[in-house]
Design a protein around this ligand. Structure first.
Ligand SMILES: Cc1cc2nc3c(=O)[nH]c(=O)nc-3n(C[C@H](O)[C@H](O)[C@H](O)COP(=O)(O)OP(=O)(O)OC[C@H]3O[C@@H](n4cnc5c(N)ncnc54)[C@H](O)[C@@H]3O)c2cc1C
Length: 492
């Protein structure tokens, strides 16, 4: 089979006109200025400019686009809001970027069965807004939820602060409509007998099919919530408390760590009155029925004070709770005050190993002369060291890449993994061999080639090309992969 990645397909006028016949004149973006808007996602270490951008409104549009692209052998990259932190939606000049942002309608709400069906360009928070009056919510809450889309969340199997108790995206998707690379439309359901193909699609980073609609599970909004902030002298003190709380048999709805660097940046931006002396804080939440909730919160307070916290504050009302969550959810965004660029890493360590891994991350910062802030889902062991740098400085960029590798090695050595929620994208392909044997990688390629036999859908994402999909191409070694995937932006 001829491999598309080996050939630069020409996107001529007739191809662009054919796209316009499907989605209308205003559904295609083709000028240089328009393309620059889509020349990257939230991963700052690689950029690429797509050949053309197409904005479908329906599943039928998506299917027609895929049929056309297959006929012309032109690769397609699906994209939601472009908040991905691993470069998963980068499209190159020989690729079509298929943006789902116009497919943002909520299609049906089924309160008795606690389900909602939406197009996948729908922004995460709109799902909960649509059912809040009924006392229900959609639980997965990535910190990007005011922007990121249901489709992006499904493709990355996104988590969020409250997934400690409620689970990640895969636990909340009941069915999905998927367009395959040849334009076939399939419907997958959690209730299907046989192989669980729905679970295969969730977390597949747009390499198996384009998810155009999904049915999500709704859960009752908790009757009572208590939000606490444990103020600690050091990151070490705060991280030691994480296991102490969980080991006591309490399952908080959220357990997040925020360090001094982030607190300072948030305070400068939002003036929330956050603790000014803390080396780090733990933001914790318990929820459930009113009965017993104060006892749980008091128990957490006691555990934290006994474990070395300086003090534990309670959010007195909704406004105070909102302030604390602003500190958490807007934390990374405020780092622009401290450096021109920041790269958010995503590794996992067993909870009990978090303090040790954080100490190693501090050593990595010293080794590479970089500033690294921490704000992360501590209860899940999902670390997000944020490396501050200047992307105009090639030497610093190289140090950021090397530091990222060292951080992931520390997570894996501690018994953790390469990604908690951001996915592999282009960022982490060179590290896959740290955790997967060549046989395991080959098996994954075989799975990809069942859905995506010509590699036309989101090529070179998650898994490198080569192997089963394109057997005549050698699988790139780590150095080549790095050169392929970390191309710096020149003029964006
Ligand atoms: C400030 C900030 C905070 C964040 N916090 C979190 C967090 O708490 N938890 C978390 O998990 N992530 C977080 N992220 C990462 C990111 O927001 C998530 O990965 C999110 O799910 C991406 O959604 P998106 O719509 O932006 O997708 P995009 O970035 O556009 O795409 C991401 C991937 O999904 C694929 N894709 C998109 N739509 C579809 C579709 N319909 N069908 C098939 N494939 C598709 C793309 O090809 C790409 O591979 C954060 C990012 C930022 C910038």
């Amino acid at each position: 089979m001829e491999c598309v990645s080996a050939i630069l397909r020409i996107m001529d006028k007739s191809f662009v006109n054919a796209l316009k016949r499907i989605v209308g004149e205003d559904g295609v973006r083709e000028t240089d200025a328009q393309k620059r808007v889509y020349a990257g996602d939230a991963y700052p270490l690689a950029k690429a400019t797509p050949g053309v951008i197409v904005l479908p409104s329906t599943t039928q549009d998506v299917a027609a686009i895929m049929r056309l692209c297959q006929e012309r052998q032109i690769p397609v990259v699906p994209r939601g809001a472009g908040t991905g932190l691993a470069g998963g939606s980068l499209a190159h000049e020989n690729e079509v970027l298929l943006s789902l942002t116009r497919m943002n309608r909520i299609l049906s709400v089924d309160i008795p069965n606690r389900r909602l069906r939406a197009q996948t360009g729908c922004v995460n928070t709109y799902l909960t807004k649509a059912v809040a009056a009924e006392g229900l919510l959609y639980a997965p809450d990535p910190s990007s939820q005011s922007v990121s889309t249901l489709g992006g969340n499904i493709a990355c199997n996104s988590g969020g602060p409250h997934t400690l108790k409620y689970g990640v995206t895969i636990n909340h998707i009941l069915a999905a409509q998927v367009v395959l690379p040849d334009g076939e439309i399939i419907e997958l359901s959690a209730e299907d007998a046989g192989y669980d193909l729905l679970s295969l699609i969730v977390g597949s980073e747009g390499t198996l099919g384009i998810v155009t609609e999904a049915t999500v599970r709704l859960v009752p909004a908790p009757a009572a919530i208590r939000t606490l902030l444990a103020v600690c002298n050091t990151v070490d003190d705060a991280s030691n408390l994480v296991s102490a709380v969980i080991a006591a048999g309490i399952l908080p709805a959220a357990l997040e760590l925020i360090d001094r660097t982030i607190l300072d940046a948030v305070e400068a931006a939002y003036h929330l009155g956050l603790p000014s002396q803390a080396g780090a804080v733990l933001l914790m939440e318990v929820d459930g029925p009113e009965a017993g909730i104060d006892r749980q919160a008091e128990r957490i307070k006691e555990l934290c004070l006994n474990g070395g916290a300086i003090r534990v504050d309670f959010a007195k009302d909704k406004e105070e709770r909102l302030k604390l969550w602003t500190a958490r959810k807007k934390g990374v965004g405020t780092l622009g005050r401290l450096a021109p660029s920041s790269a958010t890493q995503d590794g996992v360590a067993p909870r009990t190993k978090i303090p040790g891994v954080l100490r190693e991350i501090a050593l990595v910062a010293t080794k590479y002369n970089l500033r690294i802030a921490n704000v992360f889902h501590a209860g899940d062991g999902n670390l997000h060291p944020v490396v501050l740098f200047d992307e105009r400085d090639p030497d610093e960029v190289q140090r950021v890449l090397d530091a990222g590798g060292d951080i992931l090695r520390a997570c894996v050595a501690a018994g953790g993994s390469l990604s908690g929620e951001h996915g592999i994208g282009v960022e982490k392909q060179e590290f896959l061999s740290m955790v997967f044997s060549p046989d395991s990688l080959d098996t994954m390629e075989k799975v990809r080639s069942v859905f995506n036999p010509e590699g036309l859908l989101n090529p070179n994402k998650m898994l490198p090309m080569g192997g089963t999909c394109c057997p005549h191409l050698p699988r790139p070694d780590d150095a080549t992969l790095r050169a392929l995937t970390h191309t710096k932006a020149v003029a964006v």
